[in-house]
Design a binder for this molecule. Structure first.
Ligand code: ASP
Length: 453
C-alpha cells in the first residue's frame, strides 16, 4: 500500500490535477493521498499559501477608520479574489461538483476573526483536498480531526498516530490535506513551511504503508547542486543517514521533520516527478542495496561558516581543555557545528552569523577560561561534505579527494571525517567553494562533468 503526497507545483492548475489523477489511477495501491496548496504555475506566479498569509496580515491591520485601514481592506478583497479565482478555475475546468463558493465565502469571513495566521495558511491545503477528493471520488479526511498538537504547540505524535490510524481504517481510499492539524482547544495549527511533507510521513506511518511517495517537480535528488555542477547525475538510492548528512549541508527537497516518522517505521520514501511520472526518482531506504558509484552518494556544501583555531602547547595533556572551550561557546548561546582537533590545536566551526553576534565576548571568554597561546579566526569559510555509505569499505577515497582539491589549487583549511565514516567534510575559503565542489564531482562522479555552466 502506498501513501502519495503531491507538492504545490503538482497541483497548481487543472492540467496538473489531471496528471495527478493519472498517477493515482495507474496503481490501485496508491490509496491515501496528501495534497499541498496550489503552488506557482510559472516563475512570476504566487503560491496560494503566500497569498493566504498575506490575507491574514492585512486582516489584522483592518479595524480602524483610518485611511490605511481602508486601503488594507481593499487589498484584502483583491488578494482574496485572486485566491478565489485560482480555485474556481480548477473546479470549473475539471467540472467538479463542490460547493466551493460557499467554502470560500466562509473562509473570507473567518480569516479576520482568527488571532493567528495558521487558520488562513491551512486553507490552501483544505480547499485543494476538497477538489482532489471530488476529482477522484475518494473520501475526504480533515486533519483537523486526527492530526494533533499539544497545548505548547508541539506535535503530538502518539495521539495523532492513534487517531489517524483509526480514521484511515474506515476508508479504503482517501484524501487527507497536508500542512495542518488541530490544537486541543479546537483551533487550527500548521507545521512549519513545506509541512505537507510531514503530514505525508505521518499518514504513511499511521497507515503502515509499504512506501511513501513524495511527488514533486524534480526527478529525485541530485548528486550535486545544479547551480554549481552542470547536469549532475541523479541519486538512485540513498540511506536515511546519508540523506541527513546531505540535507544538513543544504541539499533540500524534503522537509527535515518528514524523515523521522517514516524512518522510525522503516518505510522507504520515493521522490518522484509528477511531470515525468515514468522516471523512477530517488529511493530513500533504511539500508540501501548495493554500493553507490565510486563509493560516493552525493556532495553538498554551504557557505557562511567561521573557524576559530585555538592553539596551546601541550594542550593534549591539559585536563578539561575541551570542556572549557565549549563552556565559552555555550555561555555565548552559540551551537557549534564541528570540532576538529589536533595535538596542540582545537578548532570550533560555527555559523558566521552566530559568531558575529557574540564575537568579542566569545574570544574574551576563551582567553579567560583556557589561556591559549593564540586564537585565530578564519572567516568566510565554506564547508563541503562528500557523503557515501560505501566510503567505509573503499581504500583511497580520502587521498583521491585531497588530490582533486590540490589539483584544483584549493587550499583545505579544515578536515573532519565523521566517526560514522559516512562523510568527509572539508573547510575551504568561500571563494573556492564552487571550484572545490566541481573538483570533487569530477573525481568521483563524472570525469566529464563538473564544468561551469
Ligand atoms: N503550502 C505549505 C507551504 O507552502 C505547505 C506545503 O506546501 O508543504 O509551505
Amino acid at each position: 500500500m502506498i501513501v502519495a503526497k503531491f507538492g504545490g507545483s503538482s497541483l497548481s492548475d487543472s492540467e496538473q490535477f489531471l496528471k495527478v489523477r493519472e498517477i493515482l489511477r495507474s496503481d490501485p495501491a496508491r490509496r491515501y493521498v496528501i495534497p499541498s496548496a496550489p503552488g506557482r504555475r510559472h516563475s512570476a506566479d504566487h503560491k496560494i499559501t503566500d497569498l493566504l498569509y498575506r490575507c491574514h496580515d492585512l486582516a489584522q491591520a483592518i479595524g480602524s477608520e483610518s485611511r490605511e485601514a481602508i486601503d488594507h481592506a481593499r487589498e484584502y478583497e483583491r488578494i482574496f479574489s485572486e485566491i478565489r479565482r485560482r480555485f474556481l478555475d480548477i473546479a470549473s475546468a475539471l467540472e467538479l461538483n463542490v460547493d466551493l463558493e460557499g467554502e470560500l465565502d466562509n473562509i473570507e469571513r473567518r480569516i479576520p476573526q482568527e488571532p493567528t495566521a495558521d487558520y488562513a495558511a491551512s486553507r490552501g491545503e483544505y480547499l485543494n483536498g476538497l477538489l482532489l477528493s471530488a476529482l477522484m471520488g475518494w473520501a475526504f479526511i480533515d486533519p483537523a480531526h486526527c492530526v494533533w498538537f499539544r497545548d505548547d504547540g508541539t506535535f503530538d505524535s502518539e495521539r495523532t498516530q492513534l487517531e489517524c490510524a483509526h480514521a484511515l481504517l474506515t476508508h479504503e481510499y482517501a484524501v487527507i490535506p497536508g500542512f495542518y492539524g488541530n490544537m486541543p482547544d479546537g483551533t487550527i495549527r500548521t507545521f512549519s513551511r513545506g509541512g505537507s511533507d510531514v503530514t505525508g510521513a505521518i499518514v504513511a506511518r499511521a497507515a503502515d504503508a509499504d512506501l511513501y511517495e513524495n511527488w514533486t517537480d524534480v526527478s529525485g535528488f541530485l548528486t550535486a547542486d545544479p547551480r554549481i555542477v552542470k547536469n549532475p547525475r541523479r541519486i538512485e538510492q540513498i540511506t536515511y543517514r546519508e540523506l541527513r548528512e546531505l540535507s544538513y549541508m543544504g541539499a533540500t527537497v524534503l522537509h527535515e521533520d518528514a524523515i523521522f516518522p517514516v524512518r522510525k517505521a522503516g518505510i522507504p520514501i520515493n521522490i518522484r516527478n509528477t511531470n515525468e511520472p515514468e522516471h523512477p526518482g530517488t529511493l530513500i531506504l533504511p539500508h540501501a542495496q548495493g554500493e553507490p558509484l565510486a563509493g560516493i552518494t552525493g556532495i553538498a556544501g554551504r557557505k557562511g561558516f567561521a573557524i576559530i583555531v585555538i592553539e596551546k602547547a601541550m594542550m593534549n595533556a591539559e585536563l578539561g581543555f575541551g570542556r572549557r572551550v565549549l563552556q565559552a561557546v555555550e555561555e555565548c548561546g552559540i551551537s557549534f557545528e564541528h570540532l576538529p582537533t589536533g595535538i596542540d590545536t582545537m578548532c570550533v566551526v560555527l555559523h558566521k552569523e552566530a559568531l558575529d553576534k557574540a564575537r568579542e565576548r566569545l574570544i574574551t571568554r576563551i582567553y579567560e577560561l583556557t589561556e591559549p597561546d593564540s586564537i585565530e579566526i578564519h572567516e568566510d569559510m565554506a564547508l563541503i561534505a562528500t557523503v557515501g555509505r560505501g566510503m567505509v569499505r573503499q581504500r583511497g577515497i580520502a587521498s583521491r579527494l585531497f588530490d582533486a582539491l590540490s589539483e584544483a589549487h584549493v587550499n583545505v583549511r579544515m578536515i573532519d571525517q565523521g566517526s560514522s565514516e559516512l562523510n568527509i567534510i572539508v573547510g575551504v575559503s568561500s571563494q573556492d567553494f564552487d571550484k572545490a565542489v566541481r573538483a570533487i564531482y569530477g573525481t568521483f562522479i563524472d570525469e566529464s562533468g563538473g564544468d561551469v555552466h
